[in-house]
Structures are given as C-alpha cells and as structure tokens.
Design a protein around this ligand. Sequence first.
Ligand SMILES: *[C@@H]1O[C@H](CO)[C@@H](O)[C@H](O)[C@H]1NC(C)=O
Ligand SMILES: *[C@@H]1O[C@H](CO)[C@@H](O)[C@H](O)[C@H]1NC(C)=O
Length: 322
Amino acid sequence: MRSSSTSATAALLLTRVLAVFPHLPVIKPRQDNSICTIGTGQNGECMSTSSCADSGGISTVGFCTGATDTQCCTYGECSASGVSGLCQPTSSCDGGSTTAGLCPGASNIECCTYGLCTVSGVSGVCQLKLLCSGVTTAGYCPGPNNIECCTGSGPTPCIPGVNQATLNLTETSEGWSPTPYPDPDGNPTIGYGHECQTATCSEIPYAIPLSYADGQLLLQSDLTIAETCITNDISDSVTLNPNQYGALVDWAFNVGCGNAGSSTLVRELNEGEDPETVVSTELPKWVYGSGPDPLPGLVIRRNAEVQLFNTSTTGVSHPPSC
Ligand SMILES: *[C@@H]1O[C@H](CO)[C@@H](O)[C@H](O)[C@H]1NC(C)=O
Ligand SMILES: *[C@@H]1O[C@H](CO)[C@@H](O)[C@H](O)[C@H]1NC(C)=O
C-alpha cells in the first residue's frame, strides 16, 4: 500500500513538474549501456546477461529496468601500480583516474582509482567503503562520498603507473604471444615478454592461452618493478611528465633496474642537466647486446623512447604526488 501510494505521489509530482517545466527530459528506463550502480557502489552498464558474460563481466539483477534479461554488468577489481580500484565505465569514474589495459570488457571499461591518502600519518588507498577490509575515513578522497580513505589493509606504495602511450610502446617492443615460447636465451616467455619460471608458464595466475586483457595485467605487474626503480632513482627535483616518465620506465624495464640506476643518464638528470638533452644523448647508447654491433630492435626501441620523451603532454608523473 505504502509504496504504491508513494509512487502514485511521485508520478503526480512528476506530472506537475513537467507541466511547469515542459522541457524537462522524461526519465527513460535504463536500457542497454546506460550506467548502473550495484549494491557495493560499483558502477557498470545495463546490458543483456549474454553480452555481459561474453565481455567478461558479471551480471547483477535488480539495478536496471527494461527486459528482465537486461542486468547491471560489472567487471570486478583491478590494481593500477599498487593502487586498488574497480573496473568501471570511464564516464562513471567520477573524480577518479582511469587506466586502460587492466580490465576485461569493451574499451570504455578501465581501471578507476582514486589515489592514495593519509590519515593521521597512516597511508591508505581511496576506495569504495564496502570494499575496504581495514578502516575507512571520510574527507580525505576525491570522488563521490562512498569513496573513503581505506587504511590498515596492506602496504600502499606510491608508485605512479605509466600512460597508454607507454603501454603501447612496451607492448610493440616486447611483441605478443598467448602461449609460451623460448626467448633468444632459451628462457620460456609468454604474453608481452614475461619471463616464466617453468617451461609451461603454469605458475602465472591466468589461463593459457593468455587473453590480451590478462597479458596486459601481467605486463602491468612486470612494469611495477621498473616504475619503482625509476621513481626511486630519480631525484624529486626532476619533474617528468607522463610521456617522459613512461619512456624511462620502458628503458629500465628493458635494460634492468641495476643498469638504469647506475647509468650516466640518471646521474646527469639528478645533477639538473636539461632532461631532453640528456635523454636524447644517453638513451641511444643502450643498443648493444653481447656483440660489437648495435641490435636493430634496440635501436628502434631507443628511438621510440626518445620520441616519446620529447612529445609534450600535460600532467606530472614524477615526483609522485603522494
Ligand atoms: C595505443 O594503441 C592503440 C591501438 O593501436 C591506439 O588506438 C591508441 O591510439 C594508442 N594510444 C596512444 C596514447 O598512443
Ligand atoms: C629531442 O629533443 C632534443 C633536445 O631538444 C633534441 O636534440 C632531439 O633531436 C629530439 N629528438 C627527437 C627524436 O625528437
């Protein structure tokens, strides 16, 4: 009784509002690909359960209208450089940052993160309250008010991730294989150049043959090592935009953190020399394998890194903003 009289009142109110403001849009039932929000606060898209399953999502009933088969499709959790987040439609990542390549689903489904936070000297991650296994505190995070600072649920390193232009460069340079193959040294390798511990790569936490999405997750986690050493080796007095940071991460990923850390390149950057000059002089020297001649693949990769480094873009990836 109560709910039907409430909705009757609401309908009457809407009729009145529309009479006063005849140009107000009529609220449409949620149908395919409109944004929906499930009980935890995670955003998804209304779609048929079969499209959702095909795109790697999970359907939840009760948050979309239209056909009964139209349900809210969400895509689970993700982690961008150690900051946990949710795979969500980019348009619904209100006030947060989106990172491509970490989620299943269509290309508009990206990893939505809200960065790091500190409450009384304890660092945490800004995330949905309901997904926090530690303590949540309001008032320390951007985004909607169900995003709070989650502390006490594990270490929260402040290591920026790389941008899409860098991921593209690394993926192109490493090449792709959904199944294990021996690299030039005979080491079993899979995905975007991930070196395995066993011949069948059975230790990786993904199904083989690898999907592109899982391959990108594996690459992201491999890149964390290079992101960490570039972040730590380069002095905070050196400001790098996302392209510059990414170019150096790709280089460190390729040559190893030990070589990068003891390089003339890093030393000269830290001494305050002009970054574009240092990088365009020093990077092209890193083109040798064990033989006396430059390796063509490395020459191409170094040129692409210098080009990326020199390509202007907005934002600051280094020093990290937390
Ligand atoms: C990355 O590569 C994809 C596919 O080739 C392309 O569509 C996209 O524009 C590239 N993004 C950047 C930022 O270079
Ligand atoms: C990058 O910038 C440096 C310094 O301005 C310049 O010497 C170099 O030629 C540039 N390289 C490319 C590939 O744009």
